[in-house]
Write a protein that binds this ligand. Structure first.
Ligand code: KIV
Length: 272
């Protein structure tokens, strides 16, 4: 099954901007380890996001706040070793860029230098503009992230849809414009009304990649564990599950346990 797309040898931030110009949607998924990244890259994904959602799905934390810069570098370098074609984008984790642009630059440089990734993503608008500008001066491509920004969960209090009220929507539109003006190559819009997301995407020249932001944006991103159906307890409306891997894996593990207990495994052909 394939859809109209141009063949890019290697995806760069320039190719993503070109995709927007050509009306080709950007496909992005998270990945955090070598084996998964290899499969995703071979499938032809445009961008792998080494998201700080690793804090939830890989480490079992309730929020994205605890993950450290060292841990993000570990995940990102594992992904980078696997890929041949896609762009690898890495989240700057909580506490490594807010309120201190020098620290932000140092954090971004560590990610680029120690993992070999291609770009970084930061959550927020005007309040982190100094950090964004300083990272950009080092030649590091930056993607913004507006709408629901999980690193600020204790400020929001819930994971519900953002920018439903006019005041917050107006700030979001202003922030999107600012990110474009600062020189970001794109932005993620998370969990905002589809009409607002479409308006934002149409108002700026850099690609807007949505998660729970409808179909009027320039691309989509999902957390890989969610779209594979490995997480059963997370059921937001925007999530499309492409597999029920939880059940598939559970069945395989049960079968293996039975085979070992019943002495069926290994058989004669499976031994030396
Ligand atoms: O960390 C993450 O996975 C993300 C996506 C939800 C966009 O930031």
């Amino acid at each position: 099954m394939s859809t109209a797309k141009k063949e890019y040898k290697r995806i760069t931030v320039k190719s993503l901007i070109e995709m927007k110009k050509n009306g080709e949607k950007i496909a992005m998924l998270t990945a955090y380890d070598y084996s998964m990244a290899k499969i995703v890259d071979h499938a032809g994904i445009d961008v792998i996001l080494v998201g700080d959602s690793a804090s939830n799905v890989m480490a079992g934390h309730e929020t994205t706040l605890p993950i450290t810069l060292d841990q993000m570098i570990y995940h990102a370098s594992s992904v980078v070793r696997a890929i041949e074609r896609c762009l690898v984008l890495v989240d700057l984790p909580f506490g490594t860029y807010q309120g201190n642009s020098r620290k932000a630059l140092e954090s971004a440089i560590r990610i680029m230098k120690e993992s070999g990734a291609h770009a970084v993503k930061l959550e927020g608008g005007a309040e982190i503009s100094e950090s964004i500008s300083r990272i950009l001066t080092a030649g590091i491509p930056v993607m913004g992230h507006l709408g629901l920004t999980p690193q600020s969960i204790y400020k929001f209090g819930t994971y519900t849809v953002r920018a439903k009220e006019q005041e917050e929507a107006a700030k979001l539109k202003k922030d999107a414009k600012l990110l474009e003006e600062l020189g970001c190559f794109g932005l993620v819009l998370e969990k905002v009304p589809a009409t607002l997301a479409k308006e934002v995407a149409e108002s700026i020249s850099i690609p807007v990649v949505g998660i729970g932001a409808g179909n009027g944006v320039d691309g989509q991103v999902l957390v890989i564990h969610d779209m594979l159906g490995m997480t059963h307890e997370f059921n937001p409306r925007f999530l499309r599950r492409y597999l029920d891997l939880y059940s598939e894996m559970n069945g395989a593990f049960k079968q293996y346990i039975d085979d070992v207990k019943s002495k069926d495994f290994p058989n004669e052909k499976e031994q030396y």
